[in-house]
Design a protein around this ligand. Structure first.
Ligand SMILES: Nc1ncnc2c1ncn2[C@@H]1O[C@H](COP(=O)(O)OP(=O)(O)O)[C@@H](O)[C@H]1O
Ligand SMILES: [Mg+2]
Length: 373
């Protein structure tokens, strides 16, 4: 990777800047030469992301690199500027809040040179949920509960700031080294002027797009992220998205009718099916709300605070799933406690004990068992 040129970095920076610096969006005093590039973490629609180490502090980061050849049009420059500004705003607002946990990828700084724009992010070492599902084929319900609870928490944090993500999908959900879920990629996110405002532009990723987004006249709002949660739960449990076809128009038709079915060979609980159907309601007003989601019966069976790292490659054992089932005679009471807890942070200690038990129970016998059901 090239740095911005050691001989006259100031001059080069000045002539190549594509953004007008604004409040909350200061250009980092560092350049690429302050970092050592590591492995490629992933490629998205228009950016590549690498692991980097800050040579002064020895701290690890992810760096999202957007080539300026992709920013020729004013519109694409404006979009990248909005992405950085909004992501920085969300990231700093959560940091300044009382939240004990953030489920949003932190954005530290951005800088640029003649070739690229660089966005310095919190490193999510265990990559994306998309890559996890490709490896594992599909996940167990206990894992989906754990990931979904964190996604819901992240969406609540965004909603508080009137922000809709609009591109929630497995490829934009990252896992840290502790297996925390972080929502990333704010390329399509918007902040509404008020909670009842609507947006009209058609955007998103085909398989995850909500029906109201396809109908420009209707406009869309926060509910598009709930629809995407339905697609995410289905995809994590089944191994492929619910409306996937070979033809884009066919996919859109299926989305508009909310036409999907469950494969017979995969065992999916009625609770999971019910939650998916409540997220995939055609009418956004009838779609389940974030608060109702976390208290849905799907969560009754219990789940860990974080999934163990072994689950990156091996499905958790049956005894692992069982370990989180509430012992209380009133599972609903336990659930209410859990959802109250999720307003601020994660589940308390009992989950950790169960985790330790289950780690013992996860033996190599599970290794060849790629289909975890
Ligand atoms: N903070 C991060 N930590 C680890 N990997 C990341 C991080 N941010 C992005 N990635 C990886 O890079 C890919 C592209 O990043 P993304 O922000 O989604 O770009 P695009 O806007 O092009 O979709 C992601 O799918 C993921 O694999
Ligand atoms: Mg992306």
């Amino acid at each position: 990777m090239q740095s911005s040129g050691k001989s006259s970095p100031r001059k080069e920076e000045k002539s190549s800047n594509i953004f007008s610096p604004q409040k909350n969006m200061k250009i980092c005093s560092k350049g690429l030469s302050s970092f050592k590039m590591g492995r490629l973490l992933g490629k998205g629609g228009y950016a590549k992301c690498y692991e980097v180490i800050d040579l002064t502090t020895k701290k690890l980061y992810a760096i999202k690199i957007v080539n300026k050849s992709k920013l020729v049009e004013e519109e694409s420059k404006r979009k990248l500027e909005t992405e950085i500004k909004l992501h920085k705003y969300v990231s700093s607002s959560i940091e300044d809040s009382d939240d004990k946990v953030s489920n949003i990828t932190k954005l530290y700084q951005y800088f640029e040179d003649a070739k690229n724009v660089y966005i310095l992010l919190e490193l999510c070492e265990n990559l994306s949920l998309d890559m996890l599902v490709k490896r594992r084929i599909r996940l167990r319900e206990v894992e989906v509960r754990c990931y979904l609870a964190q996604i819901i928490n992240g969406l609540k944090q965004l909603k508080r700031l009137n922000v809709i993500h609009r591109d929630l999908k497995l490829g934009n959900l990252f896992l840290t080294n502790k297996m925390e879920v972080k929502i990333g990629d704010f390329g399509l996110a918007v902040q509404l002027k008020n909670p009842t405002a609507k947006r009209k532009s058609v955007c998103g990723t085909p398989n995850y797009i909500a029906p109201e987004v396809l109908d420009e006249e209707r406009g869309h709002s926060f509910e598009v992220d709930i629809w995407a949660c339905g697609v995410i739960i289905y995809t994590l449990l089944v191994g492929r998205p619910p409306f996937e076809t070979r033809d884009l128009h066919e996919t859109y038709k299926k989305i508009q009718r909310a036409s999907y079915s469950f494969p017979k060979h995969v065992k999916i609980s009625d609770n999971a099916k019910d939650l998916i159907s409540k997220c995939l309601q055609i009418d956004p007003q009838k779609r389940i709300k974030l608060d109702k989601m976390i208290s849905h019966s799907f969560f009754l069976e219990g789940f860990p605070e974080l999934c163990p790292v072994t689950t990156l490659t091996i499905p958790p054992s049956i005894s692992y799933s069982e370990a989180f089932k509430p012992k209380s005679s009133s599972p609903r009471k336990t659930l209410l406690k859990t959802s109250a807890f999720y307003r601020n942070s994660y589940q308390p200690k009992p989950a950790k004990q169960a985790l330790a038990r289950s780690m013992k129970a996860t033996t190599h016998r599970n290794l060849p068992q790629r289909v975890g059901l």
